[in-house]
Ligand binder design. Structure first.
Ligand SMILES: *Cc1c(COP(=O)(O)O)cnc(C)c1O
Length: 451
């Protein structure tokens, strides 16, 4: 783990550590938010940032360093959002900055192939062996949308199975019971999506293999693919039950459907080879994003060579992008993947996550707060529910009022936690044991004043 504290502090003499003494002054954020609301819907460019469900206004960020965020009012926060996952190595990792700066120096986009595109594709195929061929895109949304298109073309079938509370980006056919962003706002699916687009989407309860078996029986020879978050991040963190993912792989094989792992969150985070390495399952296709690019707009989809060979110009499934494989984004991605490959930070990151999860569990028991903690390497959710959360329905039984109170308490203590009960918090390799202890104390204080 890199200790970024000292450098960070000396760089920003103005930064105040929010230590719960009094209410922090967010006046500059408030002013920016007023301006933003006039010209941007809801004042934000992605609903997850709006802080509506925690009855707060967004904090505007000026800069970030290591495990910290600094807002426009010069308040410092320990960052557990990490751009919703991409900043796995923390903010301003020197290797990543160096690679991006060098790339920018050579121009920012060519619209013709470059070396870094080849390097990142080779690295992805090496680190995730089920990926034999890969196509770069600009976001996780594009990755999932394109993977489904290829799966439909390959199987010559239309219907897809997804799971309630899993999010696969905002493409039309996925906006059925799609988890966090919509759940936070209380939207079941989305207006503007024609019924015709979602009638080919079957949404089933996560962790319910019987429901999957039944759906395959009912829709014989119609199902092109099953798309799943192998560890759910978008209902809060939900782990797959023993046998669930294996069951999906079996059902797909038996019925000639493709298994798509959406590893946009878990890819390169929970293990070098993603959740598929952790659970030892080979999906047919894999979707990547977030931690692939260290904070640059990037995504990728890939998998079996015979399936990916259908993608244009090798095959006839059309998928394109003006900025796909962008030289700066791919150079940063190459740097990020090389650090992950050579430094193998997963043991330490898992240990740190376990320390936070265990510490929180003990504390929650001590203060008699009905809550459970779910975690995987580098990601964690505190559910304010007495019973274990195993699917979207059980996640929705959480006390979101309590979550909101605790979130506001954490912010006062200098902890930037994801502003929704239905999201996972993320840890980076720059988070430290000291910060984890601080976080557990902040939670304790926030929960006690919320009780
Ligand atoms: C964030 C996310 C996406 C969408 O990625 P974007 O880059 O936001 O388009 C897809 N799948 C999962 C599991 C995600 O968490």
């Amino acid at each position: 783990m890199v200790e970024a504290t000292a450098e960070t502090k000396s760089k920003d003499k103005q930064a105040k550590q929010s230590n719960g003494a009094g209410t922090p002054n967010h006046s500059r954020s408030a002013k920016l938010f007023e301006r933003a609301k006039k010209v941007i819907p809801g004042g934000v460019n992605s609903p997850a940032r709006a802080c509506l469900s925690v009855e707060s206004e967004p904090i505007f960020i000026e800069r970030a360093d290591g495990p910290y965020l600094y807002d426009v009012d010069h308040i410092e926060y320990v960052d557990y959002v990490l751009s919703w996952g991409p900043m796995l190595l923390g903010h301003r990792h020197p290797r990543l900055l160096e690679a991006a700066e060098q790339a920018i120096d050579n121009g920012t986009s060519y619209g013709a192939p470059c070396r870094a595109e080849v390097e990142i594709a080779e690295l992805v195929c090496e680190m995730i062996p089920s990926v034999e061929m890969v196509r770069m895109v600009n976001s996780g949304t594009e990755a999932c949308m394109s993977a489904v298109r290829v799966a439909r073309a390959f199987t010559k079938r239309d219907t897809i199975i997804k799971f309630d509370g899993c999010y696969h980006g905002h493409a039309d056919s996925f906006l059925v019971k799609a988890g966090s962003g919509l759940a936070t706002l209380g939207i079941a699916s989305s207006p503007g999506v024609p019924e015709a687009f979602t009638k080919e989407t079957i949404s089933l309860p996560y962790n319910d293999i019987d429901a999957v078996t039944k759906a395959f029986q009912e829709h014989k020879d119609k199902i092109a693919a099953v798309i799943v978050e192998p560890i759910v991040a978008n209902s809060g963190l939900i782990l797959p039950r023993d046998g669930f993912l294996e069951g999906l792989a079996e059902a797909c094989k038996k019925h000639g459907a493709l298994l798509i792992f959406d590893e946009v969150v878990t890819g390169f985070r929970v293990a070098k080879g993603g959740a598929q390495a952790l659970f030892k399952i080979q999906p047919d296709l894999t979707c990547l994003g977030k931690a692939l690019g260290g904070g640059f707009p990037i995504g990728a989809y890939g998998g079996r060579k015979d399936v990916m060979s259908l993608v244009a110009p090798l095959g006839s499934v059309y998928q394109a992008g003006t900025l796909s494989g962008n030289p700066v984004a791919t150079a940063a991605g190459v740097a990020q993947l090389r650090v992950l490959k050579t430094e193998k930070p997963y043991g330490e990151l898992k240990e740190l996550t376990d320390k936070l999860a265990e510490g929180l569990r003990t504390m929650l028991k001590d203060v008699s707060c009905p809550a459970t903690v779910a975690s995987a390497c580098g990601m964690l959710t505190v559910f304010f529910a007495a019973k274990e959360v195993t699917d979207f329905a059980s996640a929705q039984k959480c006390d979101t009022q309590m979550f909101g109170k605790v979130w506001r308490g954490l912010l006062k203590e200098g902890i930037y936690w994801p502003p929704s009960q239905f999201e996972a918090a993320f840890l980076s390799t720059m988070h430290t044991k000291k910060l984890v202890d601080k976080t557990i104390s902040a939670f304790e204080k926030a929960i006690k004043s919320a009780q």
